[in-house]
Design a binder for this molecule. Structure first.
Ligand code: C2E
Ligand code: CA
Ligand code: CA
Ligand code: CA
Length: 273
């Protein structure tokens, strides 16, 4: 950096430089966190709305930081995506969720099917070896392929639609099911949807939370549910926070819901207890 007079900051110590430094520091800390086993997976129940019974769980990662405590994924997933750390991180979450599948299922579904949903980043879809990794994890943990659902956002799927379609087809050949996450927040995808080999639509929380406030919001949800059913898909409503939403969603024949009304994401030990 250039030398300046006393008390003056060099050009290099700009806000941009600070944030780049912060980024690098967080990336390094995140790599160490993976090695030191500081990442934990919490689970949020997926509930059948008609009966109120638990039919599955979504795995959601947190960083159990030694000094800062639990850190939410929004604070580190974007950095993990930009640095490629998302690849080993995502593999860790998938493995842990599959390892804990049997116990979570046994606690909640009375022997009936239980679906474990795991979030997938765009970068993971781009890796040629990904399908083999999934196959191996399923074999090692004894999770039936049909009990694993991989969630991908429209935005991630649209980054490279051709590659995504091919990868999703290979995953479905294994028997794994695919959900489009945060549906409705991307754009132009309604017309593209039929091209994607998917099983489930997750309606974004923003639509579900606005549903009760009248206007056109309930019609948007109705349209998504109808379209999904025409395409033979299951529908999961995200962010269900009130009983009123459940009866509206049930009237629209939306099958499943997740949200704070049922439960926040909880540690493995607390799920179903
Ligand atoms: P997402 O996949 O859309 O997950 C749902 C988020 O909504 C979760 O936040 C969950 O705690 C929150 N949520 C659930 N029900 C309610 C509700 O009723 N009200 C409100 N206000 N919020 C609710 P979380 O756990 O902080 O995760 C945020 C995002 O981080 C996830 O959004 C997902 O995009 C990403 N993420 C989390 N874990 C992973 C992972 O293992 N891999 C990848 N690639 N992304 C992950
Ligand atoms: Ca998700
Ligand atoms: Ca979502
Ligand atoms: Ca969402």
């Amino acid at each position: 950096a250039k030398r300046k007079g006393p008390g003056q900051r060099a050009v290099f110590s700009s806000a941009m430089h600070d944030s780049a430094k912060n980024f690098m520091r967080t990336a390094a800390a995140l790599r160490r966190a993976l090695e030191r086993d500081e990442l934990v997976v919490h689970y949020q129940p997926m509930v059948e709305l008609r009966t109120g019974t638990i039919r599955g769980a979504e795995a959601l990662v947190r960083w159990n930081h030694p000094t800062r405590g639990l850190i939410a994924p929004q604070e580190f997933i974007p950095i993990a995506e930009d640095t490629g750390i998302i690849v080993p991180l995502g593999r860790f979450v998938l493995r842990r969720a599959c390892e804990q599948f049997h116990a979570l299922k046994a606690r909640t579904t009375n022997g009936k099917p239980f679906t474990m949903s795991v979030n997938l980043a765009g970068a993971q879809l781009g890796r040629p070896n990904f399908v083999n990794e999934v196959e191996q994890i399923l074999a090692e943990t004894g999770v039936p392929a049909g009990s694993l659902k991989l969630e991908i956002t429209e935005t991630a799927a649209m980054q490279n639609p051709e590659a995504a379609i091919e990868m999703l087809e290979r995953l479905r050949k294994l028997g794994v099911t695919i959900a489009i996450d945060d549906f409705g927040t991307g754009y132009s995808s309604l017309s593209q949807l039929h091209r994607f080999p998917i099983d489930t639509l997750k309606i974004d929380r923003s639509f579900v939370s606005r549903m009760a406030s009248g206007n056109d919001n309930i019609e948007i949800v109705r349209t998504v549910v109808t379209l999904g059913h025409v395409l033979g898909l299951n529908i999961i409503a995200e962010g269900v926070e009130a009983a009123e939403q459940i009866s509206m969603l049930d009237d629209l024949q939306c099958e499943y819901g997740q949200g704070y009304f049922f439960s926040q994401p909880v540690p493995f030990e607390k799920f179903g207890r």
